[in-house]
Design a protein around this ligand. Sequence first.
Ligand SMILES: NC(=O)c1ccc[n+]([C@@H]2O[C@H](COP(=O)([O-])OP(=O)(O)OC[C@H]3O[C@@H](n4cnc5c(N)ncnc54)[C@H](O)[C@@H]3O)[C@@H](O)[C@H]2O)c1
Length: 251
Amino acid sequence: MISRFKDQVAVVFGAGRGIGEAIAFRLSNEGAKVVIIDILEIEVNLVKRKIIESGGDAEAHHLDISDEKIVNQCIDQIVKLNSKIDVLINSAGIVGPTNCEIENYELKDFLDVLNVNLVGAFNISKAVIPVMKKNNYGRILHISSIAGKEGNPGMIGYSSSKAALIGMVKSLGKELAQTNITVNGIAPALISSEMNRDTDPKMLEYMVEKIPMKRLGSVDEVASLCAWISSKEASFNTGTIFDISGGRATY
Ligand SMILES: NC(=O)c1ccc[n+]([C@@H]2O[C@H](COP(=O)([O-])OP(=O)(O)OC[C@H]3O[C@@H](n4cnc5c(N)ncnc54)[C@H](O)[C@@H]3O)[C@@H](O)[C@H]2O)c1
């Protein structure tokens, strides 16, 4: 296995399971010290244990990404312990209501989705960028969604939050373009994970039908792309949204 992240510290939000967990493992396998963060306490500790058992170095924290104060405290703690952050991955997210027309979509649900998927992304970017600036290096990667590029009907909160996240990536990418810190995003189509467990079956059918490969992606396929984007090799990409959609994305 190549060691693109030797001597690097990678902080992965939403690493308690799914895509974030797969990314944490991938970066650990390639030499990073990984900091696993999620709202799910048992899950982060389990992932930490599995990484350490497989020979990697890991620490775990649990918090709600939408709480700015707690995020700042956690990042301070990480920097005290590790003195730098080379890579920030944001895989935390919630899907909110699915197959739900706007007349039935509650404002509270809409705001809950925005708070995690968008405000959370703002909080962690704002907390980590000064740390990266001091070190004159950084790779930031947010997991958006094809729903943010194309809009999924019945998922107005999720689609809106992921579209706004794309705007954040493009804005920050340009803002930091001369700092040696890159900011990119990915837009996956349907990936097999816990997130889809409660998605309305009609919605899932609709989404698979729209994928030319007619299958779900795997978390390892996503982690593989994320590892390259987060590595030193990806040095001329910023403000980019990478598709990983089995052919669904058309622009
Ligand atoms: N699975 C898919 O089909 C798919 C497709 C496109 C984009 N995505 C995006 O990829 C990312 C990862 O999704 P996944 O499929 O691994 O789903 P997942 O539900 O398995 O993982 C998301 C993780 O985020 C954590 N999380 C949720 N709210 C949080 C909060 N407030 N604070 C901290 N952590 C929180 C969850 O506990 C969970 O561990 C999400 O942003 C999702 O929107 C997923």
